[in-house]
Structures are given as C-alpha cells and as structure tokens.
Design a protein around this ligand. Sequence first.
Ligand code: SF4
Ligand code: SF4
Length: 87
Amino acid sequence: MEIKKTNACINCDNLMQNSLCRVNNIQVSFDQTCENFSPRLELHRDSECGNCSKYNQESCAHPAAAAEGMLCTDYKLAQTEAVHALD
Ligand code: SF4
Ligand code: SF4
C-alpha cells in the first residue's frame, strides 16, 4: 500500500497558531483544504527553532521562547536546510 501526503491545512503555509487560516480568516481542521492551499516546506524529524527560517527574526511567533530544540506550529524550514530535509 502506498502512503501519500494530502494537500491539507496541516501542511499548508497559511495555517497559523490556534488553527487559524491566514487566507480565509477562520479556524480550520487539520484535514481540511481549499484552493488556496500553499505547501509548507516539510516538517521533519529534526525540525526545531535552530533550523527554522524565522529563528531570531521578527517573523518568529515566539521570540522569547524560541531556542535550539524547541518547535512551534509556525515553523518554516530554512531554505538552506530544505534540500537535506527532502532527502
Ligand atoms: S489556505 Fe486553505 S488549505 Fe491552507 S490553511 Fe487555509 S483553508 Fe487550509
Ligand atoms: S519554530 Fe516557532 S518559535 Fe521556533 S523559531 Fe520558528 S517560528 Fe520561532
């Protein structure tokens, strides 16, 4: 059996904290989707603030809590890490 990924809110770049959709401005379930789906660079087993593109940036959702080994739902893989993560 082939296991496939879905284009759902859970892996959409428009999903924000508290399950809020940035585009539709509503709370969504992780298994929903819409035509504005925008794939988020993948979470992987080594995902953490240290390889998040928002680490130490104004765009970080939790600047006071961000640290190596931490992770939040606003995680976005740093471009420099993307190739490695998709291996
Ligand atoms: S843009 Fe669509 S797929 Fe993405 S979080 Fe919002 S409702 Fe879900
Ligand atoms: S994972 Fe979350 S808290 Fe950590 S650097 Fe990225 S946005 Fe900030």
